[in-house]
Design a protein around this ligand. Structure first.
Ligand SMILES: Nc1ncnc2c1ncn2[C@@H]1O[C@H](COP(=O)(O)OP(=O)(O)OP(=O)(O)O)[C@@H](O)[C@H]1O
Ligand SMILES: [Mg+2]
Length: 124
């Protein structure tokens, strides 16, 4: 095996695929070595997750960006087997179930479908 060549921090980060570290390392406050590295690795992992979520949402090709936070549940009548929390925590995906939304034009069916899709992307 070749000896490891001397590199810059940026170079090592590239080799190790630590894309966020060169940007994050100066912004993280230092108390001790373990805390500093822990916070730095946290920043790298958080940035990767955010990028993954962004890519999943892009790949899904939703026709609009809608969230569960913006959804008004008051007019919605749910079947007894479902709750708003049960939908929001995406249990139906683990159970391999479909969600059917029925209603008049403009009553939020597409909004809810997109919002559940966005939530699923956010959950990875
Ligand atoms: N319950 C709701 N909470 C929040 N926004 C809503 C709600 N219902 C409708 N809207 C908003 O009104 C607009 C129309 O809603 P949406 O496109 O979801 O209707 P739809 O039920 O899919 O209608 P269609 O039957 O025409 O497909 C959207 O901008 C949506 O965000
Ligand atoms: Mg619709």
């Amino acid at each position: 095996m070749k000896p490891v060549s001397k590199e810059t921090l940026k170079g090592y980060c590239k080799t190790l695929k630590l894309a966020h570290v060169p940007r994050a390392y100066l912004e993280i406050s230092y108390t001790d070595r373990e805390q500093y590295l822990t916070d730095l690795f946290y920043a790298e992992i958080a940035a990767r997750q955010a990028k993954k979520v962004k890519n999943l949402i892009k790949k899904a090709g939703f026709p609009a960006f809608k969230t569960l936070e913006d959804f008004q549940w008051q007019p919605v009548i749910l079947p007894q087997t479902t709750t708003t929390a049960g939908l929001a925590n995406l249990d139906f995906i683990d159970r391999h179930e479909n969600v059917l939304a029925l209603g008049a034009v403009g009553t939020g069916q597409t909004h809810l479908a997109i919002a559940l899709g966005i939530r699923a992307c956010m959950e990875g």
